[in-house]
Ligand binder design. Structure first.
Ligand code: ZN
Length: 370
């Protein structure tokens, strides 16, 4: 019934202290990261749902299906997860009790998590890790879908933020939108927001096809419980895959995610020039997106390192400047400030004192910014 989109947000790559002059920058990698090579950033994946190929028929849970594109969940330190719900007042089909139904849906999943998942509602959208909104137009949502969940996931399988969009208007329903219909959508999208992919069984709220289920099945409950009861190593042994995001391909938001995901794929394949092209395309569609800025800055940063290694200092200097710009736009000001040291070094090694002073000034201004 509804689609799951898992988006990549590249915000948690780690780069540790850079103390070097003209030596290659080492980006440290989380020790548990799968197939990461020293010197490469930890990139985050995005992924989309694919049609389930495995069947969970007869089993008391469908965890294998729910993580078929990789295992993702919220870290315990994120509890309680802050949730913002934007009322849909004025939208076709919207009723005032829908927000309550949505909030109950969060509570129902929390109740079956074995104490591992808790939510707290906030009225401040900027504080929220999960943002929910209603819509009466399925421009963004696929025509066949009734809701959308867009999780940002690190490639360590950690959920970092989710946007949920739910449809309020179903013109084909002559008697109007029923509470149970909305409840089914809410439970389903919140399930995605907790890291679950689709089940292949029609009795489950996470069933991927047309459904009228409006309550969690025993299998839904056991699946969520199992996901959050699993050890952390379960996440790394089921790394995230990413793919093209489903949804309306003409929608700029979907396009932006696809460019970003493609950039991640390029970076993972070692093609940083193509990654830069894709991240730039994504950023043009979403100029204020800090994750994409960080990704773009990271790609420039890694390419600059490669240019240093191949002794192409002019190219490296240009790319380091771009890295500083985009990392700082992505909120990575401390790292951007550190990269200025490299720029200073390059300028001084070519006796360009004026440029060195300019880069030092840039570093100071980055350090003074919050
Ligand atoms: Zn779905």
């Amino acid at each position: 019934m509804k689609s799951k989109l898992v988006l990549h947000g590249l915000s948690s790559f780690l780069i540790v202290a850079l103390s070097f002059a003209l030596t290659p920058v080492r980006s440290e990698v989380l020790p548990t990261a799968p197939q990461k090579v020293d010197g490469e950033p930890v990139l985050q994946t995005g992924l989309v749902k694919t049609d389930g190929t495995s069947s969970s028929k007869g089993k008391d849970n469908y965890l294998d299906e729910a993580i078929k594109d990789g295992a993702a969940r919220w870290k315990s330190e994120k509890m309680p997860i802050l949730v913002f719900v934007k009322p849909g007042t004025g939208l076709n089909g919207y009723k005032d009790n829908f927000d309550g139904i949505l909030k109950q849906s969060f509570a129902q999943w929390s109740d079956v998590s074995g104490g591992k998942v808790a939510f707290k509602f906030t009225t401040d959208p900027s504080q929220a890790s999960i943002s929910c909104a209603w819509t009466d137009s399925n421009d963004t949502i696929d025509r066949s879908e009734e809701g959308l969940a867009l999780p940002k996931v690190s490639d360590m399988g950690e959920l970092q933020g989710v946007e949920i969009l739910m449809l309020t208007d179903f013109p084909e329903q002559s008697e109007g939108t029923t509470d149970d219909h909305v409840r089914g959508i809410c439970l389903h999208e919140v399930g995605h927001a907790l890291g679950l992919d689709h089940s292949s069984q029609p009795g489950d709220v996470m069933f991927g096809g047309a459904s009228s289920v409006a309550a969690l099945s025993e299998r839904d409950k056991k699946t969520l419980f199992s996901l959050y009861a699993a050890p952390d190593s379960f996440l790394t042994s089921h790394p995230m895959r990413f793919d093209k995001v489903t949804g309306n391909q003409l929608d700029p938001k979907i396009q932006q995610m696809n460019f970003n995901n493609q950039g991640i794929a390029d970076a993972k394949a070692g093609n940083f020039s193509r990654a830069i092209t894709n991240f730039e395309a994504a950023l043009r569609l979403a100029p204020g997106d800090s994750s994409i800025s960080t990704n773009l800055g990271t790609a420039y940063y890694v390419r600059a390192n490669k240019e240093i290694i191949s002794q192409d200092e002019p190219a490296a200097e240009k790319d380091f400047k771009k890295a500083v710009e985009y990392l700082s736009r992505g909120g990575r000001k401390a790292l951007a400030a550190q990269l200025c040291d490299t720029l200073v070094f390059i300028a001084r090694s070519h006796k360009r004192e004026a440029d060195a002073l300019k880069y030092e000034g840039l570093k100071r201004s980055l350090q003074s910014m919050k």
